[in-house]
Write a protein that binds this ligand. Structure first.
Ligand SMILES: *Cc1c(COP(=O)(O)O)cnc(C)c1O
Length: 464
């Protein structure tokens, strides 16, 4: 039985329906466009612009709240019965356009509907996407989660806290290429499967379609962190994954002007917990409940910076991936380098799986399909920790920072930075050697990147 609203509220609801219909039509239209076109325009079209004084760029509203025409408008909006943003902790027009672009890009080539929700950081995305399934009120009993140990240090620490503080059994998979290693850890208490591809900093990969099938047989979702790949190279939803999490702070905004995160999910996901709304539209459930209650909101300024950087995503990722392959080859032949992890190298354990999944969207310049493996690699230096530190300290062009995915090349030693807090045991699980250097290859000319590395590596031989 549907609620009867006073005529004024009903009129607002109908106005809302008309606005929603216009956006739905635009969404259908954009889904038929190519990746670059979607990245440049998103859902913001001429009609939308005319409601923004004709501005060609998406609006940036730095207002915490929306003004309402009257009480009828307010009632309809606050009951979520018409499209509105009401209060910027939950929504904002700039965030809306970013979410629509992300849903279209990550949903490119996906048959069903896809929605997105943005938040203040990548860790907020990992937290909100996973916490939603760790609810104790449904199916009480022992809870566990299954995740690849090769993952971002922040994710490793968050899951370790789930274990320590909530008694959740965190079942780490150390051989992510082996589907059996995942399958045998899943049981009636498993709430979700989580994998990072390619992983930071180990560059681990896994068979997404195979893993999704295993998760779905248990009625649980597969969550993939594909921050390092970006939708320009990999769209996990197209291979059966249910939820994708991103740090928007990395290659999505190569300018380095924003910290942000996103959850992008297909509609109608499997889950053992949560209500019908959560299954029907996970991203919307996160927006309406988790963002409302936890409040890790993205700022409209960061959203605008991200929208702007996303317009050139494919071209940038292509550029940086080509440089990264060149650097990986150079390092793998360098006398001072012990080993290189990069899924694009033929000898890399994950190469066959990466070659199956990582393609430059819409092909190369000639339109033909071409594999690209991303901007991130890591390598170990001969001579151990002292030699690695000497090489690292010798960098003059490549920045020393815990950052990646930017136009500027950046290096870090994960064991003393991003993966420091998880300790020796945690690092052993995640395969993070103490003398590994993680390198994010940027958009500089590759000759200059190679020269900087060569000069720095020469210093590693002077340590005893
Ligand atoms: C950086 C990163 C995160 C966390 O993102 P923030 O925006 O820094 O919170 C999560 N996953 C991966 C793979 C990352 O590289």
């Amino acid at each position: 039985m549907s609620t009867i609203y006073p005529p004024g509220v009903q009129a607002q609801i109908e106005r809302g329906q008309a606005l929603l219909a216009v956006e739905a039509e635009r969404r259908t239209l954009m889904r038929a466009q190519r990746f670059d076109t979607i990245a440049v325009h998103g859902l913001y079209d001429m009609q939308a612009a005319l409601m923004q004084h004709g501005s060609i760029n998406e609006p940036a509203y730095f207002s915490p709240a929306q003004h309402f025409e009257n009480s009828d408008h307010m009632e309809a909006a606050l009951a979520y019965l018409m499209p509105s943003w009401t209060y910027a902790r939950i929504a904002n027009p700039t965030l809306h356009y970013l979410e629509e672009t992300l849903a279209l890009l990550e949903g490119y080539g996906v048959s069903g509907e896809v929605s997105a929700c943005v938040m203040g950081s990548g860790m907020a995305a990992v937290f909100l996407a996973t916490d939603a399934f760790l609810n104790q009120t449904h199916n009480p009993g022992p809870i566990n989660l299954v995740a690849s140990a090769k993952c971002y240090g922040g994710t490793f620490m968050l899951f370790s806290r789930y274990a320590a503080e909530r008694g959740i059994d965190v079942r780490w998979v150390t051989d992510e290429l082996d589907l059996n290693a995942w399958a045998k850890r899943i049981d009636a208490g498993t709430r979700f499967v989580f994998g990072e591809m390619p992983s930071n900093p180990g560059l681990g990969v896994f068979d997404i379609a195979g893993l999704a099938e295993i998760a779905h047989a248990h009625g649980i979702p597969l969550i993939v962190d594909s921050t390092v790949a970006t939708p320009a190279l990999l769209r996990p939803l197209a291979h059966g994954a249910d939820i994708v999490v991103h740090s928007l702070s990395k290659a999505m905004t190569s300018s380095g002007f924003a910290i942000g995160g996103a959850i992008i999910a297909r509609h109608n996901i499997p889950s053992r917990v949560g209500d019908d709304g959560l299954r029907a539209n996970f991203a919307m459930a996160i927006k309406g409940l988790s963002l409302r209650d936890h409040g890790p909101t993205l700022s409209p300024f960061a959203a605008l910076m991200t929208i702007n950087d996303l317009r050139t995503l494919r071209g940038r990722v292509e550029h940086m991936s080509r440089h990264a392959l060149q650097v990986a080859r150079f390092l793998s032949e360098h006398p001072q380098v012990e080993a290189v992890s990069y899924p694009g190298l033929e000898g890399d354990p994950g190469h066959a799986v990466a070659r199956r999944y990582m393609w430059l969207v819409d092909g190369g310049d000639d339109g033909l399909p071409v594999n690209r493996y991303g901007h991130l690699l890591s390598f170990t230096v001969k001579g151990g920790v002292a030699a690695a530190r000497a090489a690292f300290d010798g960098l003059e062009l490549i920045w020393r920072a815990t950052d990646l995915g930017k136009s500027k090349s950046v290096a870090t030693i994960p064991a003393i930075s991003t993966h420091q807090q998880q300790g020796d045991t945690g690092r052993a699980l995640a395969a993070v050697p103490a003398h590994a250097i993680r390198l994010s290859v940027g958009a500089e000319h590759p000759d200059d990147i190679l020269a900087d590395l060569d000069r720095a590596l020469a210093r590693s031989t002077h340590t005893a």
